[in-house]
Every structure is written in structure tokens, then in C-alpha cells.
Design a protein around this ligand. Sequence first.
Ligand code: SF4
Ligand code: SF4
Length: 408
Amino acid sequence: MTHTSSRRPEVAAVPCPDYAPESCARAVEQLAALCPALQAIRPGQRVLLKVNLVTGLKPERAGTTHPALVQALCAWLRARGVFVTVGDGPGGAFTKAYLDGVYSLTGMRRAAAESGAALNADFSVKQAEYPEAAVLKRFDYTGWLDGGECIINFCKLKSHGMMGLSCAVKNLFGAIPGLTKPAYHYLYPAYADFADMLIDLNEYFRPVLNLADAVVCMEGNGPTAGTPRHMGLLLAGESPYALDLVAARLIGLSPEQIPTLERACQRGLAPETALEVPLALGDGFPKTDRPESPWARLDAFRIPDFQTPAADAGMEVFLKGQGFLARSGNRIVRDVLAVRPRLNAPQCVGCKRCAGLCPVQAITMQNGKPRIDRTRCIRCFCCQEFCPAGALQAKRSRLGDALLRWVH
Ligand code: SF4
Ligand code: SF4
């Protein structure tokens, strides 16, 4: 596959065992030595550090970019005379009142204060025309992203109900103001179109560098209600697709299980497999019996049993390998195998948030609990993502799970 992207294809990885300040400072220092894009940022430039603040979660929940790493990166940039603004457009009102609470809960307020960075205080919304886009020809975005010379995208490695993986590419959805995000799910209900929309955002904003906090990732019911899982890595790449390919491999997913990677490959923006991505590794990787292979050393950090709903991944892989079923019973098989939002009723606190944000009004409250109309649901997983009690989970039916187990 020929790359049409001009970004360097390498992905850099350095070990970072924990979020202790000295571990983070060492990891950032090592990473910077491997990333020409970081070294190219000049004193006096204004950098916008787009972190993942998906919703107001404490750092130990592993749903947001960890403030210790944000602080270490900001300190590295500030020491070189670079001005840094930290921000995001999480899933709520894009207002000072809402973001003030998110900055405090996620630890960003302290990280910024301790490193000399600023927190974004521009809550304007702008409109973009993007005729070259595959699908996103016109859109609203958070205006602060125009306020600097360059953007650094600093995401968290997580499982994701809809896209399988939340990492660099998905993080740019934060450019869309929080309360309008469901409308974009409504506009792009097909997973391939939604993936194209995310890729369009990445191509429009083109961060100079993408970093992934993979020290403690989130597995299971991600991206907000999953379980922390230690990996011990900090990753970076100029190409968000190359970075996500490497991240996916580290959590045991193949590119065809992730719509953004499949579409990026089809659009000529990414190679077909992670093994085609050149690696640059820092110090501290374990020695292997193949010292000449950086992949052998990075693979020591792989978590093959990482839990992810991987959305429809299992289904698509299954259908590709089952010609008869795929031809004869495609709709029925898809229906049985589809991952859907499922309610764990005892956990539900009846807040109605899911019903309020469903882009297709598929949720009605009955006896204080949500009821999902499967015929309307477009499986965007907004309800699962923003349920404050983690009561909705992205899951396949028991029959679907049994069918996949039987096939494998
Ligand atoms: S958002 Fe969660 S807790 Fe609130 S009503 Fe829906 S399922 Fe229940
Ligand atoms: S019920 Fe949940 S997953 Fe289905 S469309 Fe509504 S918000 Fe999306």
C-alpha cells in the first residue's frame, strides 16, 4: 500500500512503568529524543495540547489522559520556551462552568498550574467548510483549536463500544462540541461513514504529533466505565493511523476489527498491518532472543487477553469467513451477532441521561429504567459512553457469543 500521507510513518514507544513524576519526566524526555516533530517546536510557539477528557472522571478511572503525563509533557515544552494550552471538548456543554468541573476532576487544573501551561478558556464554536473531506464537508468545531501554531493530540488507550479502539484517531472527535456529538452519530450511523468522519477530522486538524497514554489503559466497558489495565508504555507517532495500528496490536486487535483503521487503509493513509509500521524504541525494553527485531521487544508489552467489545469486529471477521451464512442469512446473522447496548438494571440510577442524549430517540423510560427500541437503535453507544453509573454495557447476546465461540 502506498502512503499518500506526508507524515513520518514511525511510531515511537518508551516504557513508563507508572505515573510517578520522575517516571513520567523520564519517559517524556526519552520520547522527545525519538520524535523529530517535538524537537521541531520552537521557543515562542503556541501549542494546543488536545487531551482526552471524555467526561469528568478521576485519573485513577483510566478514562482520561493522565495528568502526570500531561504535566511532564507541558513542563518539557515550557522549559523550551513553548506556550501550551491544554483543552478538550468532552461530552457535555462546551462552557466554562462545565469545563471548570472537568479540569478539576481529571487533574488537569493542577497539571497545568504545576507546569506553567494554560487551560483552555475559549469556548467559542466555529464552522468549517472542508470540500476535500470524504464525508465531513461542513461541521462545527471547538474554536480554541485555531488558537495556536500547532496541535498535539494526547489520547488515552481504551476499549470502545462502537469503534473497538479509542486512541489517536477517535480522540479528535473531541473537536466537535460536546452537545452536538450525538447529531454526528445521527448523520453517520453506518460505522464506515462514522470512521470516515473521524479520519476527516484528523486530516483537517492534522496534529503535528499524536501521543498515547498506555501506562494504564482502560479495558472492558470503555471508554468511560471500563476497568484499568496496566501496560506500562508511552507511544507517539506523527501518523494517528500508524499509532493506532500499533496500539491495536498491543491489545490483541487486528486492523479489520477497527473501522477507522480499515477505512484509513482503504483511503491510502495507513498500511494494512502494524508490522509494516517502523518502530523507534527507547531504553528499558526487555531483551529477547531476537534483539534485531524491535517488534519482538515491543511485543513483550502486548496484552492478548485485553477485554474489548470490539464493536462488530467479531461479526465482520466471522462473516468474511462464512460464505454460506453470509450469503444466505446475512441480516439475521448480523442481528444475532451484533454488539448492542445492554442494561444492567440493578446498576441503573434512573437519571434519564441516556434517554436525553440518544440521537434517534430509541430510549424511553419505563418504571424508572431505560427501555431501548432495537429497531430504532443505530448502535452508536452514546448511552453506554455517558451513563454515569456504568449501567449500560456494549455486549453481544448470549446466542451471538455462543455462535462465535462455536465457530472459533
Ligand atoms: S444513563 Fe445509566 S443510570 Fe441513567 S437512566 Fe440511563 S442507564 Fe440508568
Ligand atoms: S440506544 Fe444507545 S446505542 Fe442505540 S442509538 Fe440510542 S444512544 Fe445510540
